[in-house]
Design a protein around this ligand. Structure first.
Ligand SMILES: Nc1nc2c(c(=O)[nH]1)N[C@@H](CN(C=O)c1ccc(C(=O)N[C@@H](CCC(=O)O)C(=O)O)cc1)CN2
Length: 296
């Protein structure tokens, strides 16, 4: 087994982002800004928000954080998002997910200005991703794509893993990870299989794949029976168990195989926040271009 060091890839990328922010400040006298919104006090979400604010601080990005009560109504969440849309100091808006129970997250996400949608979850940006024909187009058009999938593709590229022509199975079809990641792998010319809870013969399908992405949200779900020799295994799962943090892959069961694998922690997780910083810069640049093209 060869470990793919997501932490190192992430910190290299953060150093590049920091330099880019410094350049922006020098050239435009403006500071890119990110607003984060947390509804309720889910302990894991609080940790992620804290890490996001710290990462902004380290990169020189201005951060604006808002906490809303768990009982806040959908209308209150949308009203805050609309205020953030109007704030010219804010380039990106991130609504931390999941929302407390019984709240329609997509309706709230739809209120985020597509230009500030650093999670790529607004239908406009999800649509642009689906319509894109290649990875180059996604990069050249600065399309805002969900952070974890972007992080996965960045890890694959930086690790020298060829995606083109490979068979990739993505287990999980969430709007946040599975769907956008499948689109990104397709844009990189992989043959993509989107697997989910109703997929039959999942083990056999995965066993034939060159790249297996586990984004199921079930601790140690993927074991030796799913993986062929020489495969690349990307573990997107973050499960808090009595044994501590573990992924969707049963790491101990596959560690003696001849495979490349991202560990949990230290694999995909850190890239999620790094790509949020990257998307904030993209949003800053997109907004600058959009605003300068508007009629006076
Ligand atoms: N609006 C969003 N909500 C959520 C997203 C998202 O991309 N946008 N992703 C996840 C959680 N998440 C960021 O929000 C996230 C998950 C994991 C990590 C991370 O660095 N993980 C570390 C372990 C950290 C720990 O101890 O918990 C690792 O894997 O090494 C960062 C961000 C759901 N919500």
């Amino acid at each position: 087994m060869k470990l793919i060091d997501g932490k190192k890839i992430s910190s290299d990328k953060r150093a590049e982002i920091k330099e880019e922010v410094a350049k922006i400040k020098q050239q435009t006298e403006k500071i890119p800004g990110l607003a984060t919104v947390l509804v309720g006090g889910d302990p894991a979400s609080r940790v992620y928000i804290k890490s996001k604010i710290k990462a902004c601080e380290d990169a020189g990005i201005k951060s604006f954080h808002h906490n809303l009560d768990a009982n806040s109504s959908k209308e209150e969440i949308i009203a805050l998002i609309k205020k953030l849309n109007e704030n010219s100091e804010i380039d990106g808006i991130l609504l931390q997910l999941p929302l407390p129970q019984n709240k329609d997250a997509q309706e709230c996400l739809n209120a985020v200005s597509p230009l500030k949608d650093v999670d790529g979850l607004h239908p406009f940006n999800a649509g642009l991703l689906n319509l894109s024909k290649s990875w180059n187009e996604i990069i050249e058009k600065n399309i805002l794509v969900s952070c974890t999938p972007l992080g996965v593709v960045h890890i694959l590229h930086k690790s020298g893993i060829i995606i083109e022509g490979k068979t990739a199975v993505v287990i999980g079809r969430s709007n946040l990870v599975g769907k956008p990641l499948s689109m990104l792998l397709l844009a990189n010319n992989a043959t993509v299989i989107m697997a989910h809870s109703k997929t039959r013969n999942l083990k056999e399908i995965c066993k034939s794949a060159d790249i297996v992405v586990a984004a199921v949200g079930k601790s140690k779900f993927v074991n030796k029976d799913f993986i062929k020799t020489g495969a690349v295994v990307i573990d997107v799962g973050i499960n808090r168990t009595s044994e501590g943090l573990c992924g969707d892959v049963d790491f101990d069961a596959v560690k003696d195989m001849d495979i490349k694998i991202t560990p949990v922690p230290g694999g995909v997780g850190p890239m999620t926040i790094t790509m949020l910083l990257e998307n904030t810069l993209k949003a800053f640049n997109n907004r600058k271009r959009y605003l300068s093209n508007r009629m006076p």
